[in-house]
Design a protein around this ligand. Structure first.
Ligand SMILES: [Zn+2]
Length: 503
């Protein structure tokens, strides 16, 4: 690819209102452009890296026996009404009406569409197990899009779905995805931790999140160095001290579904002084849809944290349970050592859905005893565009991006300087024919601009052809990491590059 033919220029200035360094570099290097809040165009270089990420994901999903499919972006609302999520999810779900007055949704995820496919196509235990995946666009109308692609509203996901006759089958596919995700993240070059997580709006019985540790992350993790316990703060448990520390209270309005209706119930949560209420735990204890803080204090149902002795408390208590957020320095529930906290971005999650969707949407199979039973489902997702953002965050230095070979938009950056243009043009042709991916800086700009842009874009290997390099015996070669340069004879160059890329 010739840089003179690229639609975009690199940007010298830092774009306004850029909150994170990785996103700033993706904008400056010409990988992405913002179209609206949380909505982006992927320019040529960004699209190339996305395609490489997706190719790695396809290989790993195919290795699990997955069948690639593609489900639509637009869904009939009836599917979401059947699962109940039409009512459970608020303004985050994109809703529209077609010309015939039918309600539609934009895909926030694809459990309903997949369950509907399973309902239509799967009838017998003989057809199970199954695994299907796709890489598709999603829409989630986030109230606070931020940090570029890390929290976008339109984004791309790899999502896969397992279908089994029983929990043992689900366990097997869940574990297979767990391992495959670690392989994917290792291959693309992002270190991640898997932590226990809340099932949230997906529902189901068990979930793990794959977390990239970074101070810009919005999630807080609780980690135990002694025994290896790691969990999202939303679900993290801890050993509560026996001594009473006094109490605090907070009052909420909880929305609770009762039959066809959603009723509002005022609840007052009582928890140890110096702690915070964990709203996720409280939602689960109440089996509520959502919570909001209420103005009035001390009314409605009384919910007591299980770290407080109900006898000491004395007043009427409606429910007792773990509703306190774990914090830095709390004791690990497993081993008693002190927990520490760290910030992270969630790049993937996996859920044991069980029969959450199949039973509400009638996706059943007939078992060996000729009994109809709901299909046991799992769902698994990696945020592809969010992954691009995390990779830009992780692979950078003072002057630009530093792409690993496996995911760089091109493998080599060829710079033609004065006296080397003719040689560079021929070299571009030869390397391309040999299958090397070359970004060719053929622009009529100063050498300093070309060097700066090469550093900013961050391709693994830089080749410079100039009068000086030719006099020195060939082409100057420099790795993006490090400052060493070497001059390689033109005839040896292809071998040199091939070996370097392989190593
Ligand atoms: Zn521990």
């Amino acid at each position: 690819m010739k840089m003179s033919r690229l639609m975009n220029e690199t940007l010298r200035e830092v774009p306004a209102a850029t909150e994170v360094k990785g996103h700033e570099l993706l904008l400056r290097a010409g990988f992405v452009r913002q179209v609206a809040a949380g909505v982006f165009s992927y320019l040529h270089l960004g699209q190339r890296t996305l395609q490489k990420l997706e190719a790695i994901m396809r290989q790993e999903m195919n290795a699990l026996g997955g069948q690639e499919i593609k489900m639509p972006l637009v869904h009939p609302a009836v599917l979401w009404q059947a699962s109940g999520r039409w009512y459970e999810i608020d303004a985050e779900l994109g809703r529209l009406v077609d010309r015939n007055g039918r309600s539609l949704t934009l895909a926030l995820s694809h459990e309903e569409t997949l369950a509907e496919l399973a309902r239509q196509e799967i009838h017998s235990y003989r057809q199970l197990p199954q695994m299907a995946y796709h890489i598709q666009t999603k829409w989630r109308d986030d109230p606070r899009p931020r940090a570029g692609l890390i929290r976008g509203r339109e984004f791309t996901m790899l999502d896969s779905y397992s279908l089994d006759t029983d929990d043992a089958g689900l366990d097997e596919q869940y574990q297979a995805h767990f391992a495959a995700y670690f392989r994917i993240f290792a291959r693309v070059g992002l270190p991640v931790l898997a932590v226990e997580a809340d099932v949230g709006m997906m529902g189901g019985t068990m979930a793990h999140e794959f977390m990239y540790l970074t101070p810009i992350g919005e999630d807080t993790l609780l980690l135990c160095n002694a025994c290896g316990y790691q969990a999202n703060r939303q679900v993290a448990t801890f050993r509560k001290p026996e001594k009473m520390r006094g109490t605090e209270a907070a009052t909420f309005v909880a929305e609770i579904v009762q039959g066809e209706e959603t009723v509002e119930q005022v609840v007052t949560a009582v928890f140890p002084a110096g702690s915070q209420v964990n709203e996720t735990k409280l939602v689960h204890l109440l089996d509520a849809q959502r919570l909001r803080l209420a103005a009035g204090q001390g009314s409605g149902w009384w919910i007591l944290d299980d770290g407080i002795d109900p006898k000491v408390w004395g007043t009427k208590v409606d429910k007792v349970g773990d509703i306190t957020a774990a914090q830095e320095g709390d004791a690990c529930a497993t081993c008693g050592e002190l927990l520490r906290t760290t910030r992270a971005v969630e790049v993937a999650n996996i859920f044991k859905l069980g029969t959450r969707y199949s039973s509400t949407m009638n996706a059943t199979f007939v078992d060996e005893q000729n009994q109809a039973r709901p299909i046991v489902m799992g769902c698994y997702g990696i945020g592809v565009t969010r992954l691009l953002a995390c990779l830009a965050e992780h692979h950078q230095d003072q002057v630009g991006l530093v792409w690993p070979v496996a995911i760089a938009p091109y493998q080599v950056h060829l710079l033609a300087l004065r006296g080397g243009v003719e040689t560079a043009v021929a070299l571009h042709q030869n390397l391309r024919q040999a299958g090397v991916e070359v970004l060719f800086d053929d622009r009529d700009v100063r050498p300093g601009v070309k060097f700066n842009d090469a550093d900013l874009i961050g391709l693994p290997l830089r080749l410079t052809v100039s009068q000086r390099s030719l006099t020195a015996g060939g082409v100057e070669v420099k790795e993006r990491i490090g400052s060493e340069t070497a001059v390689v004879a033109e005839d040896d160059l292809l071998n040199y590059i091939t070996n370097w890329l392989a190593g």
